[in-house]
Design a protein around this ligand. Sequence first.
Ligand code: CUA
Length: 152
Amino acid sequence: QYEKLWLGMSLLLIVGFIATITYGAVGVGVSMVDDSGGNVDPNALDEHPEFSDPGVQKVGENEYEVYVVARQFIFQPDPIVVPANSTVTFYVTSADVIHGFAVVGTNANTMVIPGEVAEITVEVNEPNEYGIVCHEYCGSGHHTMEGLLRVV
Ligand code: CUA
């Protein structure tokens, strides 16, 4: 008699686990579909209309602003090309989840939060190439999320 009861409870538990796992998988799947087609958060867009066309803008003698949009699992634009001997300010936002933005070999290293704009300035001197990496776990393609800064 008790055996049957225990068997029944075990089965319920197992069904519960499977339901939880399935629900989680479906939830992630749905959000990833949304994210891939997502747009930049409207707040960030209002403050910085430049994000609608991410890229490099010359704002002064040897001074550049770069608007970067991070999304699963790319940086836009890629590559980023700026002239040597200039001051470069990055404005970075996310179109979906929290990402990281680090220009390897420079002091540029920040979190990228949806709806917020990270600002970071670097001096670039010699022509060189710098890898850009996402250092916040952002999903299944996180380890492939990288870009390139080309100083010419
Ligand atoms: Cu984007 Cu990790």
